[in-house]
Ligand binder design. Structure first.
Ligand SMILES: [Zn+2]
Length: 156
């Protein structure tokens, strides 16, 4: 859907911003069922020193405790990790849509640890009814990761 791609491109732009600040280049957007943006988040792990400051958790935090996420969709520039996937289950969102697959961005920027457990597998292991869709946008989704590799270098 076109509006899905628009929101994914916003998440990718947030990932670019994260990368310019020296963080791994992930962004996330939470969009309500009516199409309005509830909150946005950028990966802030390197800048903050908080190891769990992933983009999706930053977006959930920005949404705040009183946000109604029923029917909401989370758009992520990269496939959500198991921690974030589980958090999105706890948050009660309706859909998760991501751009770059974990295997594809990890092939570019590396990183450790990695999980052999995809977003759809984590969500599928819950009793929640959440649709997971991705990867999307092909090479376009990998641009922030290639740029990050050029500026910051590969993970140790
Ligand atoms: Zn995560």
């Amino acid at each position: 859907m076109q509006h899905d791609n628009d929101h994914l491109r916003r998440a990718i732009a947030l990932g670019e911003e994260a990368g310019r600040r020296g963080n791994r280049p992930f962004g996330a957007v939470i969009v309500a069922a009516d199409g309005t943006t509830i909150a946005e988040g950028r990966n802030e792990v390197a800048a903050s020193g908080v190891v769990t400051a992933h983009a999706e958790l930053a977006a959930l935090t920005a949404a705040g405790p009183s946000a109604d996420l029923t029917g909401a969709t989370v758009y992520a520039s990269g496939e959500p990790c198991p921690m974030c996937s589980a958090a999105l289950v706890w948050a009660g969102v309706a859909r998760i849509v991501f751009a770059a697959a974990e295997a594809d961005f990890a092939a570019i920027i590396g990183g450790h640890p990695r999980f052999a457990l995809g977003c759809a597998e984590v969500v599928g292991a819950s009793d929640a009814e959440i649709a997971v869709s991705g990867p999307h946008l092909g090479e376009e989704a990998l641009v922030p990761f290639r740029r990050y590799l050029e500026t910051v270098g590969p993970a140790a």
